[in-house]
Design a binder for this molecule. Structure first.
Ligand SMILES: NC(=O)C[C@H](N)C(=O)O
Length: 339
C-alpha cells in the first residue's frame, strides 16, 4: 500500500502593529471616524486572525502583537524594534514568510525601511486596510488572506519587501498612498506594480531591480537610533527658514522637496549651502510624484546629492541609513543610484 504525502503547509508569522485594519467604529458606516479617537479600543492579533479562518488554507499561522497604534504615531524606535524582530523571526528555519499588518498612512515608509534592512530572501508582506474592521465592505479580511497567501508563496521569494492591498502586489520602492480614504489608494510610481493577487494566488509581472534585503549593505542590528533627517517642502515664494530650523534642531541630513527637477528659490539654495558648510548632508529631490532627479548643473556644482527616483519621504529613509555608513556626498550619490 502506497501513501501519498500532502506537502506540509508553509509557516507564516503575522506581526501586528495596529492601524485601521485593527480598528473598530461605532457602526458600519463609521468609515472615517473610528478607533481610539472615538474611544474604541483596537482589535488584537488573535481577533484579526480569528476573523479570517480562510488563511489556514494557505499557511500555519503564528500571530504576534508588536505594537497596536495608528501608523502616524509610530517612531524610529518602533522601526528599529520591528526590523530586529522581523530579522529574528525570518532567521528561524521554521518560518517561511512574514506578514506585517500596519496602518496605511505610513505603510510605504515602513515597507521601504524594511526593504533596506531585512536580511532574508523570504517573503515579507505589509498589509493594512482603508476601512475599519467593523465597516461596511471592510477591505481588511481579503487583504489579510491575500497577504498570507503571498507570504506563503515560494514565488514571492527575493522580491524585496512587498505591499499587498486591494489585490495588487507592489514593491516597497514604488508604492505610495495616493488617496486619503479610497480602498484603491496604493499606486506604484516609477517601476510599476509587481503583480496581482487573484484567487489568492500571486501573478507576478515584474521584479524589483533596485538593491534590497539580502542585496543591501545596511544593517541596523547594533543601532539604537538613526541620524535625524528633515524634509523641507518648496513652494512658489518659500524660503530657507525651515532649513535653518532643521539645522538648529540637529539634523544630520536634509532632503529638499523641490519643484520640478529639484528646483527651488535662491534663498532656499543659500540655506542649504550654509547647512552643508556645517556638515549636514543635502539631498535635492522633487515634490513631483515621479521621474528622476539626476546630478546636473547647480546641484552637482554645489556637491549636493540628488534623489534619483525616490519620493522625498523615501529619500529621507535612504539618507538616514546612508548616513549610518558615510557622509561623503559621492558615496551617498552612489547609494541613491543603487537603491
Ligand atoms: N487606513 C489606515 O490604516 C489609516 C490609519 N490612520 C493608520 O495609518 O493607522
Amino acid at each position: 500500500q502506497t501513501q501519498t504525502q500532502t506537502p506540509a503547509k508553509p509557516n507564516v508569522v503575522i506581526l501586528a502593529t495596529g492601524g485601521t485594519i485593527a480598528s473598530r467604529g461605532a457602526d458600519s458606516l463609521a468609515l472615517t471616524d473610528y478607533g481610539l479617537s472615538k474611544g474604541l479600543k483596537p482589535v488584537g492579533i488573535e481577533a484579526l486572525v480569528a476573523a479570517v479562518p480562510e488563511i489556514e488554507k494557505f499557511a500555519n499561522i503564528t500571530g504576534e502583537q508588536i505594537f497596536n497604534v495608528g501608523s502616524s504615531k509610530l517612531g524610529i524606535d518602533n522601526w528599529l524594534t520591528l526590523a530586529k524582530r522581523t530579522n529574528e523571526i525570518l532567521a528561524s528555519k521554521n518560518v517561511d514568510g512574514i506578514v506585517i499588518t500596519h496602518g496605511t498612512d505610513t505603510l510605504e515608509e515602513t515597507a521601504y525601511f524594511l526593504n533596506l534592512v531585512v536580511k532574508s530572501a523570504k517573503p515579507v508582506v505589509l498589509v493594512g486596510s482603508m476601512r475599519p474592521s467593523t465597516g461596511m465592505s471592510a477591505d481588511g479580511p481579503l487583504n489579510l488572506v491575500n497577504a498570507v497567501a503571498l507570504a506563503a508563496s515560494p514565488a514571492a521569494r527575493d522580491k524585496g519587501v512587498m505591499v499587498s492591498m486591494n489585490e495588487v502586489i507592489s514593491s516597497a520602492f514604488s508604492v505610495t498612498k495616493t488617496n486619503t480614504t479610497n480602498v484603491a489608494t496604493f499606486k506604484s510610481l516609477d517601476g510599476g506594480d509587481l503583480g496581482y493577487m487573484q484567487k489568492s494566488t500571486p501573478f507576478f509581472v515584474a521584479q524589483p531591480l533596485k538593491r534590497h534585503t539580502v542585496h543591501s549593505e545596511f544593517d541596523v542590528s547594533g543601532l539604537q537610533k538613526l541620524p535625524r533627517v528633515d524634509i523641507n517642502y518648496t513652494t512658489l515664494g518659500s524660503d530657507g527658514v525651515l532649513v535653518d530650523a532643521a539645522v538648529a534642531a540637529g539634523a544630520k541630513g536634509i532632503v529638499n522637496a523641490g519643484v520640478g527637477h529639484a528646483n527651488m528659490p535662491d534663498v532656499t539654495m543659500q540655506s542649504l549651502k550654509a547647512a552643508q558648510q556645517k556638515g549636514v548632508a543635502i539631498v535635492v529631490g522633487s515634490r513631483a510624484m515621479s521621474g528622476i532627479v539626476t546630478p546636473t548643473g547647480q546641484f552637482a556644482e554645489a556637491g549636493f546629492v540628488t534623489s534619483m527616483m525616490h519620493t522625498t519621504q523615501k529619500a529621507r529613509i535612504l539618507l538616514m541609513l546612508g548616513l549610518t555608513r558615510t557622509n561623503d556626498p559621492k558615496e551617498l550619490q552612489r547609494i541613491f543610484e543603487q537603491y
